[in-house]
Design a binder for this molecule. Sequence first.
Ligand SMILES: Nc1ncnc2c1ncn2[C@@H]1O[C@H](COP(=O)(O)OP(=O)(O)OP(=O)(O)O)[C@@H](O)[C@H]1O
Ligand SMILES: [Mg+2]
Length: 239
Amino acid sequence: MSGQPVFELDDITVGYGGVSAVRGLSASVREGEILALLGPNGAGKTTTMLAAVGALPLISGSVQALGQPIDSAVEKNARRGVTLVPDSRGVFHRLSVADNLRLAKRKGGTDLGVVYEYFPKLKTMRTRKCGNLSGGEQQMLAMAKALLAGPKVLLIDELSLGLSPIAVQELLPRLRSIADDQRMAVILVEQHIDLALGIADSAVVLHHGRVALSAPAAELRGRRDMVEAAYFGRTVDVA
Ligand SMILES: Nc1ncnc2c1ncn2[C@@H]1O[C@H](COP(=O)(O)OP(=O)(O)OP(=O)(O)O)[C@@H](O)[C@H]1O
Ligand SMILES: [Mg+2]
């Protein structure tokens, strides 16, 4: 895929109370590309996502979105098209599906009709209270809400949290086609390694806050050995 990166993490070090949790991470995504951010629990994936949207201050390095440094105000970045679907999903449990979607709609964002085409099940459930939806349905709603804000860069932390592999198998290809249709750059944190590599363009494996492996996804498909080595903290060079 050609073109300049629309989102770039340049040698970022970030952490909590001055103690770094992620060190020297560089990665970039172009329009319509999906980067899978992988790694074991505590590797620094959520920390990276929070820093990427301006929710955590950088200790060093820089984050560039659409040619400009990321702001420290998350809302401002969201208005510029950098949207995070957090691991808590961010849906209002007491409200209906339709009300959740109405609250998320932004001028310039994807039309509700188009979002219902991506997720037809949500249309049939629009009067249901979100608290009564299954995990997979709530995750669809979280993605639909993010799309209504019109993101150019979409960051998704743990799309599959609490979901069955079947639900993930259904959601990930949908994310692939949305990224293609909307020319959206996506960073996806995912525990289902093979499914993530199946739809991603590139992948980074973090271990203890450092990049253990960074490669085009195509080179890692079927190379479970390399990915697992990176999960155990061995720095892997893709020849
Ligand atoms: N608010 C916080 N204060 C201090 N340390 C934190 C905080 N949040 C996370 N950490 C630490 O930072 C490191 C990276 O955590 P992070 O949440 O980024 O990992 P992760 O890769 O998202 O893990 P998981 O797969 O379990 O979600 C861990 O050692 C964690 O304990
Ligand atoms: Mg996390």
